[in-house]
Design a protein around this ligand. Structure first.
Ligand SMILES: [Zn+2]
Length: 61
């Protein structure tokens, strides 16, 4: 698993991390500052799971 720091797209914190999970071809982004979570498919870019505080559920269009 490879990790690297990103800026949170929800709160702007630079403490957010992106984890690449090769076995599942998923990219998981999470932010410890605001509990933001985003899981996307690395192959297609499709959003698998998304959560951000104040937003109950965010669905891919
Ligand atoms: Zn955040």
């Amino acid at each position: 698993m490879r990790n690297h720091k990103i800026n949170c797209s929800n709160c702007g914190s630079d403490r957010a991390e992106r984890h690449y999970i090769p076995d599942l071809e998923l990219v998981r982004s999470q932010c410890p500052a605001c509990d933001y979570l985003l899981v996307t498919c690395a192959a297609t870019g499709k959003v698998i799971e998304s959560y951000a505080p104040g937003i109950a559920a965010v669905h891919a269009r």
